[in-house]
Design a protein around this ligand. Structure first.
Ligand code: BYC
Ligand code: FE
Ligand code: FE
Length: 471
């Protein structure tokens, strides 16, 4: 069923009405979700009409409907890609068996853990971004923020459906706990590190949408290959929503860079902070921070969890079916670089144990494309500067590099060398204070704050002075 039932309390394309118990359980979770949204979602904009897109079909052509809605009235629902009749498990130890439509008993714990970890990031990001509406640089940006927020809320719905439908009582308990943990809370933090980092400015928000939502893209690509068919179908539809989040991040940073270039060209000898834009080296430090934190989200370089998830057919490599011909990952090995006695040495590990690192490498390659896009903005403006990604070893807190220090090129450092240089590599207090000082709210349609260029084109063919948010 591709069309979405918008008549029922919970919009869905999974024929929820035919399973009364499940429907009742989800309808019981719904008010708790709405309470959470009121408490932890974007503050103070509940009664405003926002120009949002809502899914009306899961077909690739024209799934979105645009219109002004109030966020609490957004139709959060359950949308899965259509079911392919003869789908098989395509990797791991069970290649060729029918894709699972129910949870195989022996994989229940692992699968629940993957789904809970994925689910936990979605409300976390909404919590991290809840105050940003107050300092939006334009109505266009404010609307994009709220679009991202409601869709992350929907991603939570997507995972909660799986927990309720396939994991019985413990699934329902996990769904409740997803509304109880809080980003950054000492006692009940979100599961993964980056989702406890504060997002206090729009520069952080754009960095997060660029680099952390991109972890979402790659984890979802890996889960879209899952032999557990409902998870694969859910993730495929989530990926179509994710593309816009990445666009917001990449073009957001691009517009900050563009504005700084304009000022640099207009006042070649000036300190750009006197003109209220973000210096390029400061942008590089924000890149270093958010990339390194998001690089941690792939887990350890050598991981028996990753090997087990793959062996079971629960989590593949990205584009597993399309891109690879050998799907057991049993024959090959993978070379990992390790620090031994102060030197980097290569070590071969069985490929299955290195799958976190394989996915991380795909992620870093994709990041590089965004960096290339920003460097083209610089060269078009004739500015002699180049952004680069920090090395994967830089500033890590998870995995084999976590207990050592490295520079942004990946060279080992002593703790003292790192401390002496860290203000060059990571945002320092003055950077954060300066970027915060630029965060002023601009709410006149078609106007933009001085630190960011307008987008090259407006959304959905709208005019430049369109009222994306009616305040
Ligand atoms: N922070 O074997 P290891 C998104 C834990 S983003 C804290 O090395 P594994 C989104 C790990 O849990 C996509 N803890 O790792 C983006 C384990 O703990 P336990 C999110 C971490 O299990 C923006 C221990 O360290 N989806 O959608 O192979 C906005 C050793 O683990 C971290 C997923 O992550 C960390 N960074 O791999 C909104 C997909 N990293 O069990 C949304 C599902 C590791 O020993 N998750 N640990 O207590 C997974 O596939 C895996 O859990 C991971 C970790 C890839 C995250
Ligand atoms: Fe998401
Ligand atoms: Fe996202």
């Amino acid at each position: 069923m591709a069309t979405i039932d918008y008549e029922s309390k919970i919009p869905n394309n999974v024929d929820l009405a035919s399973d009364k118990r499940l429907q009742r359980a989800l309808e019981k979770w719904q008010p708790d979700y709405l309470d959470w949204w009121k408490q932890m979602g974007p503050t103070d904009f509940e009664d405003k009409d926002i120009y949002l897109r809502t899914a009306v079909s899961v077909e690739s052509a024209g799934w979105a409907h645009f219109g002004h809605v109030k966020m609490p009235d957004y139709r959060w629902g359950i949308f899965l890609e259509p079911h392919a009749a003869d789908r098989k498990v395509s990797f791991g130890d069970h290649i060729g068996v029918d894709a699972w439509q129910e949870v195989p008993g022996e994989f229940r714990t692992d699968l629940r853990r993957i789904i809970v970890t994925q689910a936990d990031t979605e409300p976390a990001s909404v919590e991290q971004q809840r105050l940003l509406g107050h300092t939006a640089p334009s109505l266009y940006d404010m609307r994009n923020l709220f679009q991202v927020n409601v869709e992350e809320g929907r991603h939570l719905w997507a995972m909660v459906y799986l927990l309720h439908r396939y994991f019985g009582k413990d699934g329902r308990n996990e769904a409740d706990e997803l509304l109880e943990r809080r980003s950054g809370n000492e006692d009940r933090p979100r599961i993964l590190g980056t989702f406890n980092e504060p997002i206090t400015t729009w520069l952080d928000f754009f960095m997060f949408a660029m680099f952390t939502d991109r972890d979402g893209k790659f984890q979802l690509l890996a889960l879209a290959e899952s032999g557990f068919d409902p998870l694969a179908r859910t993730c495929k539809f989530m990926l179509t929503e994710e593309a816009h989040h990445l666009f917001v991040g990449q073009t957001g940073i691009g517009r900050v860079i563009m504005r700084t270039c304009e000022v640099m060209n207009a006042y070649p000898d000036a300190d750009v902070t006197e003109h209220g834009v973000v210096p390029l080296d400061m942008i590089q430090r924000y890149i270093n921070f958010w990339v390194s934190s998001s690089t941690d989200l792939y887990g350890g370089e050598v991981s028996s969890n990753a090997a087990n998830f793959f062996a079971a057919g629960l989590k593949g490599r990205c584009y597993e079916e399309k891109r690879y011909t050998e799907h057991t990952a049993m024959q090959e090995s993978y070379v990992i670089e390790k620090l031994v006695d102060g030197k980097i040495v290569k070590e071969e590990v069985p490929l299955r144990n290195a799958l976190n690192e394989v996915l991380r490498t795909d992620y870093l390659d994709d990041n590089q494309k965004g960096v290339d896009y920003w460097n083209r903005i610089l060269s078009k403006a004739n500015i002699d500067f180049e952004f680069c990604l920090p090395h994967r070893r830089f500033n890590r807190e998870i995995g084999i590099y976590a207990n050592n220090r490295f520079d942004t090129q990946g060279n080992p450092l002593t703790e003292a060398e790192f401390v002496a240089n860290q203000d060059k590599w990571l945002p320092k207090d003055e950077d954060r204070q300066y970027v915060s000082s630029l965060m002023v709210s601009v709410t006149e349609p078609g106007k933009y704050a001085g630190w960011i260029a307008p987008p090259s084109k407006d959304l959905n063919g709208q005019a430049a002075d369109f009222d994306y948010v009616r305040l």
